[in-house]
Design a protein around this ligand. Structure first.
Ligand code: E4P
Length: 220
C-alpha cells in the first residue's frame, strides 16, 4: 500500500513528510499553478525534500498524443524518475502505450468511468487515478468506481494499481482503501484532519495528570 500527498508546496511536503509514512508526492497542473512556480523549479525542490527513491508525479498539459509524449519526455529530463500523469482519454491511451514501450512509468489520470481506467491500464499505465470526490460531486459513486476498477484490474491488468485521488474527507480515503485501492493521494487539509484527534489528546493528558499526581514527575 502506498500513501501520497497531493501538493506541490515545499513547506507542506516538509511538514507532512516528517510525520506520515509517505511514498511520494503527486501534483497536477492546478496544484502547481496555485504555487505560481514552474515545474522546472519545483520538481528539484520536491526531490531534495523526499529523496531519490520516493515517487513524484507530474501531469502533461498537451492534448494530442505525440505532443503528450514529447512533453512527458521533457518532464523526465527535469526528473528522470518522474511518473508522468496522462489524462485517460483517447490521445492519452496512445501516449501511455508508447511511453510504456520506452520504459516511462505513467499514471492514467482523471478517471471517471471503469472502461476509461481499464483502457489506460491495458495501454500500460502503472497506476490509474479515479477521482473519488469529483465523481461523487457529479452525482456518481466514487467508492463504487474504485471497487469496480479494482475488480477489473484483478481480473485483467494486475500489474496496474489504483491510486485513488480527489478527496474531501478522511472517510473517502478510508473507504477507497477498503474498496481495494493499493494507493491513495491525500490533499494536505484532509491529511491534517486525520492527524487531529481531541479524544486522543484528552486520553494522553489524563495519563500525564495521573502520573503527576502519584510521582510528581514525568519520567519513569
Ligand atoms: C490527483 O493528483 C488529482 O489530480 C487530484 O487528486 C484531483 O483532486 P481534486 O478533485 O481535489 O482537484
Amino acid at each position: 500500500m502506498e500513501i501520497f500527498i497531493d501538493t506541490a508546496d515545499p513547506k507542506t511536503i516538509e511538514e507532512l513528510w516528517a510525520i506520515l509514512p509517505l511514498a511520494g508526492v503527486t501534483t497536477n497542473p492546478s496544484i502547481v499553478a496555485a504555487g505560481k512556480r514552474p515545474l522546472r523549479e519545483i520538481l528539484p525542490q520536491i526531490r531534495s525534500i523526499i529523496g531519490p527513491e520516493a515517487r513524484v508525479f507530474a501531469q502533461v498539459l498537451s492534448r494530442e498524443s505525440t505532443a503528450m509524449i514529447d512533453e512527458a519526455l521533457s518532464l523526465r529530463e527535469l526528473d528522470p524518475n518522474l511518473i508522468v500523469k496522462i489524462p485517460a482519454v483517447s490521445a492519452g491511451f496512445a501516449a501511455i502505450e508508447r511511453l510504456s514501450a520506452q520504459g516511462v512509468m505513467t499514471l492514467g489520470t482523471a478517471v471517471y468511468a471503469p472502461m476509461q481506467g481499464l483502457f489506460a491500464a491495458q495501454a500500460g499505465a502503472r497506476y490509474i487515478a479515479p477521482y473519488v470526490n469529483r465523481v461523487d460531486a457529479t452525482g456518481g459513486n466514487g467508492i463504487k468506481l474504485v471497487e469496480t476498477l479494482q475488480s477489473l484490474l484483478d481480473l485483467h491488468c494486475p500489474a496496474c494499481s489504483i491510486l485513488a485521488a480527489s478527496f474531501r474527507t478522511p472517510t473517502q480515503v478510508l473507504d477507497s482503501l477498503l474498496a481495494g485501492a493499493k494507493a491513495v493521494t491525500i490533499p494536505p487539509d484532509v491529511a491534517r484532519q486525520m492527524l487531529v484527534s481531541p479524544s486522543v489528546d484528552v486520553a494522553i493528558q489524563r495519563f500525564e495528570a495521573d502520573w503527576h499526581k502519584a510521582f510528581d514527575k514525568l519520567s519513569a
